[in-house]
Write a protein of this length. Structure first.
Length: 380
């Protein structure tokens, strides 16, 4: 479809730069990191130097790149591994985005430049043990006590929490849901990495417990009251996922195609068999459609015309397509496909998490169902 012709020179340059980084620093090591369940913190300075941290944010040391440029970067990172892309998403689209969108000028100046430089790592605490898809039922609370805030509660599946220096924590207050900036060395802030995991093994997710932790009065993000605050950040992350899933699908396709060209069952290349070609053609069609959908989303975002339900279209479609391609690509690889010598099964395992976080398939289906019918089906 020659989609490359629809990208600008600057967009292709971003893609090439991040792809080179992935080929050089991620691909040779990802099998070991995944097998050992290790997030490579040594990559953070290089990702910061490439301008990947908060790259779509403007000012305060952030790169200020376009939505399409950001999307292409996420696509290339996830072609390497979903866990690496997730780091950039949590840091930039969630933690930094919350401060950029809803923080005071003092909070922005204090945190964003150092986060963009990779000197400070952030996390984003919304999901709870009993409140994933329904954050309105959160039980984490914040109450005022004189000039201080007192937080109590728990969060779960919080990316980067064990290596973060600052946490954006969402809690229920007398005025509704508010966001708080919580230094992770605050007394009473307890983090426990979640292990073992079958997915996102080269990434970090944690449980967090709060036991009467005390924060100064200016720890609150002044620009966010209600669930619109965290949802605006989730939409940024969902947007990046729509692009990232294309990268995982494309890498799975490339691995299966290369293998099928070299494998010679019954004295001929596996790629010459009709059933193999059927699979490859179907995958190519779906990847092209997913790429066009992501590009449409990015152009709308850059033009200021993106509506939140449109993000659900791309997040739902592209993750669903990617996980099916990754699974079927593993089958083309046969028994060799269950080893970490090849990427599709690793991508498929990671995509089980990607299709769940930032809104499950069911949640995005119901968002679109409400858009189509006018009836909200979230509650019976």
């Amino acid at each position: 479809m020659n989609i490359d012709a629809d990208f600008t020179d600057a967009e292709r340059e971003v893609r090439a730069t991040v792809r080179e980084f992935v080929d050089r620093s991620i691909r040779p090591n990802i099998a070991r990191w995944y097998d050992d369940a290790v997030f490579p913190v040594e990559l953070v300075p290089e990702m910061a130097a490439l301008g990947l941290l908060g790259m779509h944010l403007h000012g305060h040391g952030c790169a200020g790149r376009s939505a399409v440029e950001y999307g292409l970067a996420m696509q290339e990172l996830e072609a390497g591994d979903s866990g690496i892309r997730t780091f950039v998403s949590v840091q930039g689209s969630l933690a930094m985005s919350a401060i950029s969108k809803h923080g005071s000028e003092e909070q922005k100046q204090r945190w964003l430049p150092r986060m963009a430089a990779g000197e400070v790592i952030g996390c984003f605490g919304l999901t709870e043990p009993d409140a994933g898809s329904d954050p309105s039922s959160m039980t984490t609370t914040a109450r005022q006590d004189g000039d201080e805030w007192v937080l109590d509660g728990a969060k779960r599946w919080i990316g980067l929490a064990s290596i973060a220096q600052i946490a954006v924590i969402w809690a229920m207050t007398a005025d509704g849901v508010r966001g708080f900036l919580v230094p992770t060395d605050t007394p009473g802030f307890r983090v426990t990495p979640i292990a073992p995991k079958l997915s996102m093994r080269a990434s970090i997710q944690c449980d967090i417990d709060f036991d009467g932790i005390r924060l100064p009065h200016d720890a609150v993000l002044p620009g966010a009251v209600g669930l619109g605050g965290p949802f605006s950040c989730l939409n940024e992350a969902r947007y990046g996922i729509a692009w990232g899933a294309v990268g995982a699908a494309r890498d799975s396709f490339d691995q299966a195609l290369g293998y099928a060209q070299q494998r010679t069952p019954f004295g001929r290349p596996l790629a010459s068999f009709q059933l193999t070609q059927l699979k490859l053609v179907n995958w190519a069609l779906e990847i092209q459609k997913a790429q066009l959908l992501a590009l449409r989303l990015g152009r709308l975002k850059d033009a200021g015309r993106l509506e939140h339900h449109m993000i659900s279209v791309a997040k739902l479609n592209n993750t669903r397509v990617a996980i099916e391609i990754a699974r079927e690509a593993r089958a083309v690889l046969g028994g060799n496909g269950i080893t970490l010598d090849y990427s599709p099964l690793r991508h498929a395992n990671n995509l089980e998490s990607v299709r769940t976080y930032e809104g499950t398939d069911e949640v995005h289906t119901l968002i679109l169902g409400e858009k189509i019918t006018g009836h909200a089906a979230f509650r019976g």
